[in-house]
Design a protein around this ligand. Structure first.
Ligand code: ADP
Ligand code: ZN
Ligand code: ZN
Length: 802
């Protein structure tokens, strides 16, 4: 008996293992690892992934597979193994891991279509009754005509047909009409000569067609010849030419930019690319950290490394943060590698994403440039993986499976014996520490290619402004600088960072914020009881009425929204044209690009936005970048607040003066003496790293310890407190002295969608004992999920503590 081991699409811990099903004979040739099937499960029928096929089972009475959903594997053996690893690493359900690797089309309701790849005449007789001249028809029609799965598989194998997935209610695969020869060239010429004067237009069409080797788009032909369809139709009736429907890929405009050629590398670039090329040539898995200041030519290093990979007949994955996946960035890859490039990002529709994925699956492209999930591109012969801006938190997925693309890249690089390159101007402390220890191979680019200097960064002390009696959000220096730009017809980028909530309190007179003495993070203000809490360790104080440092009563809650800043800005600069970019103005598809385009066309003087404007923008007319309040990032209740601020300040400053005109950066802050602000202004990454590492060591944070965050939520406040305490007790019993358990404590956002939220955190060095402890907790509490409505999430290497 043939047996399939199946991961069923039921997310519950008791079911999260493989189930054996009998493979009925009539589908034996189809059922392979990597296809999806429909199987009976209890009283229901559910979808499942086949991950293995064997000849025997430990169980004697197996239910048979009901039907197959795919006729070709949609997952490679490597990805099937990877899903197991993801499950173990992130403690997710196996089915979530499998689904995370596939484009969304496979989750939506869809129909299958059959596409003919050869002439209808070559098909078995029974098929012609179905096709009846059509080149595309529904899969369902095959089933209704009782065509056997073996036969379908056989024809797929022979390349006669193909199965494609179409989301129900969405656009079908996009097609266009093409004109082709129906007879050979000499006959076409013969007919052309026979055409009389009255058929001038038909003559022209044939003339056009004779010059074409392949098919031509009908639209193009009509435009070129300035004619209607009539002469084309007439020729079709005569059997000389034919009209056919052909698929065109949707989506990301393959802008036919000029081809770009490899630039002669600078000495530094040559030094850093040489070990990468060596790894590629020797099929060696190395992790490289490419630390290069903005404009040091990292991208050119990526491009030339990929070129080497393609020469070896291998494939490349390039990850770029979602927000930096701008047309400018994509063009750099497309103009170098042309049609070899697929692009995957969240701006594409489900259908467009599927199109891009299919190019990879069919091996029509060998380079993919994409956001996080492109790390799962189903390539089978990878030669390099590149992660640009490796410090970006978007590489960590916040939903299950809560994976980090960097770790998946490492797994795949190891599997394919190929290098992984992490690039950044401001690497994460974790990566840089690994590089210094020799775990990663450190490569550094310290100079800009064009030898331009980085723009000067000016720090403005907002406490002094208050002293002077300036109560606006804008310092005199910033106002003056903006006015100068507007008068000169130059442009300004203003950033206001507002990630999550600003929940901290600060003294406007001296800049003091209240920190937890155990955790070195800002205490969080809780409105309900007017107290300050640390949500790492749970420590709390009453909210002070006076600044503990200077006794001023100007101590209050901090935070302004972009909309308020926009209003203030408009008041201050009456005639300025302002574009605001934040989650509200960019939620609609394409809005982001539209606003940027407007700014690029100089239809505005000031671009005001959240951190989304810090990345990847390149406008030659921008000569001033302003940061409204560096403090909103510095005092997030997050141990990475300083690191994130340093990264953001470095990045946003890179937006100014990228071309001929020199740039200037103005950073407003209430804490100018903070080492982060000072060192960012000097572009001194090394010093910042040393400084910040001391703090991480003192408070036992990464990279000295690993972290795992356990979130517990329930509609009932008392229940969640009880459960959190029980969980903490269980963990405490299992963990050795080497690990530190913190909490339970309320999350900074205590209540979301009517659910109260608490958290525990473990700082650990050895994963094994944490796994044991957490498995215990899951076994006890996950069964409560349905019964008691208690939600429990576990997040390794967490980035959000809200
Ligand atoms: P990064 O990715 O490090 O910010 P880029 O790769 O964008 O830097 O390079 C900055 C600019 O320098 C780009 O305009 C790029 O085309 C150019 N550039 C890169 N390498 C070279 C080179 N070897 N010779 C000339 N120009 C280069
Ligand atoms: Zn004070
Ligand atoms: Zn604390």
């Amino acid at each position: 008996m043939k047996v399939a081991k199946v991961v069923v699409d039921v997310a519950a811990s008791a079911i999260d293992s493989l189930f054996d099903y009998e493979i009925p004979t009539y589908i034996q040739s189809v059922v392979k690892p990597g296809i999806r099937v429909i199987v009976p499960f209890g009283p229901r029928k559910v979808m499942g992934f086949v991950v293995e096929t064997t000849d025997h089972s430990e169980f004697d009475r197996l239910k048979p597979i009901d039907s197959v959903m795919d006729y070709q594997p949609i997952l490679t053996p490597e990805l099937i193994d990877l899903s197991k690893w993801l499950q173990e690493q992130t403690l997710c359900f196996r089915v979530s891991a499998l689904q995370a690797m596939l484009p969304a089309v496979f989750k939506a309701k869809y129909e299958k279509e059959i596409w003919l790849l050869t002439d209808e005449e070559e098909l078995p007789d029974a098929w012609r009754l179905i096709t009846q001249g059509r080149e595309v028809f529904l899969f369902q029609e095959l089933e209704e005509a009782n065509i056997s799965p073996q036969e379908i598989t056989q024809l797929i194998k022979e390349g006669q047909i193909e199965v494609r997935y179409v989301v129900k209610g969405q656009n079908r695969v996009k097609t266009d009409t093409y004109v082709e020869h129906s007879v050979d060239l000499p006959r076409l010429i013969e007919h052309q000569e026979e055409l009389g004067k009255q058929a001038r237009k038909q003559y022209d069409v044939l003339d056009y067609m004779i010059k074409q080797e392949n098919s031509v788009r009908l639209k193009e032909l009509l435009e070129q010849l300035q004619i209607t369809r009539a002469p084309v139709k007439a020729l079709e009736r005569k059997g000389l030419i034919k009209l056919v429907q052909k698929e065109v890929y949707r989506g990301p405009d393959t802008n036919r930019d000029e081809h770009s050629y490899p630039l002669p590398l600078t000495t530094q670039q040559r030094q850093v690319i040489s070990p990468i090329l060596k790894s590629i040539e020797q099929n060696q898995h190395d992790m490289f950290l490419l630390h290069g200041i903005t404009g040091s030519g990292k991208t050119e290093v990526y491009l030339q490394s990929i070129e080497q990979v393609l020469k070896q007949g291998k494939e490349a994955i390039v990850l770029v943060p979602e927000i930096a996946l701008t047309p400018q960035m994509v063009t750099r890859f497309k103009s170098r590698f042309g049609d070899e490039v697929a692009v995957l990002h969240s701006g594409l529709s489900t259908g467009e994403k599927y199109d891009e994925w299919r190019k990879i699956h069919r091996k029509e492209v060998r380079v993919v440039v994409g956001a996080r999930s492109a790390i799962f591109a189903p390539f089978e012969n990878l030669g390099i993986i590149i992660i640009d801006e490796e410090h970006e938190t978007t590489y960590k997925q916040e939903d299950y499976p809560k994976y980090h693309a960097r770790e998946v890249a490492k797994y795949r690089g190891d599997y394919h014996d190929c290098p992984v390159v992490l690039g950044s101007a401001t690497p994460t402390l974790e990566s840089y520490a690994r590089a210094l220890k020799g775990v990663y191979h450190l490569l550094e680019l310290t100079e800009r290619v064009n030898e331009q200097s980085l723009p000067h960064m000016e720090i403005v002390d907002m406490r002094k402004e208050l002293e002077k009696g300036n109560r606006t959000m804008f310092s005199d220096l910033l106002v003056e600088a903006i006015n100068k730009r507007i008068n000169n017809g130059e442009q300004v980028v203003l950033m206001l960072n507002r990630r999550g909530y600003s929940t901290f309190v600060m003294c406007r007179e001296c800049g003091e914020t209240v920190q937890c003495s155990h955790c070195d993070i800002s205490m969080t203000y809780h409105r309900t009881n007017h107290r300050l809490k640390c949500h790492y360790c749970g420590d709390e104080h009453p909210m002070p009425n006076q600044c503990p440092n200077c006794e001023s009563d100007a101590i209050r809650f901090f935070g302004t929204g972009t909309q308020k800043v926009e209003e203030a800005l408009q008041q201050q600069f009456e005639h300025a044209r302002i574009i605001r970019m934040d989650v509200d103005t960019t939620s609609r598809k394409g809005a982001h690009e539209k606003l940027l385009k407007k700014f690029g066309n100089h239809e505005a003087d000031i671009l005001l936005g959240t951190q989304m404007i810090a990345k990847g923008l390149d406008f030659e007319n921008v000569t001033l970048v302003g940061v409204i309040a560096a403090d909103t990032m510095l005092h997030l209740p997050d141990f990475r607040a300083a690191e994130k601020s340093f990264q953001l300040l470095t990045q946003v400053s890179g937006r100014a003066g990228r071309h001929e005109l020199p740039g200037e950066v103005i950073v407003q802050t209430y804490t100018p003496e903070h080492y982060t602000v000072e060192l960012a202004a000097n572009y001194d990454y090394q010093a910042f790293f040393q400084r910040e590492m001391q703090i991480r060591k003192r408070f036992a944070y990464p990279p000295y310890f690993y972290l795992v965050l356990i979130n517990i939520s329930h509609e009932n406040h008392v229940k969640v407190v009880e459960a959190s305490q029980q969980i903490a007790n269980m963990l405490a019993r299992e963990l050795s002295a080497e690990s530190q358990l913190m909490g339970p404590s309320p999350s900074p956002m205590l209540r979301i969608k009517d659910r109260y939220r608490y958290q525990c955190m473990i700082k650990y060095k050895k994963r094994e004992e944490v796994d044991v402890a957490l498995q215990n907790v899951l076994a006890t509490f996950q069964k409560d999920v349905n019964k008691n409505d208690l939600y429990l999430t576990i997040d390794f290497e967490p980035y959000y503590f809200m």
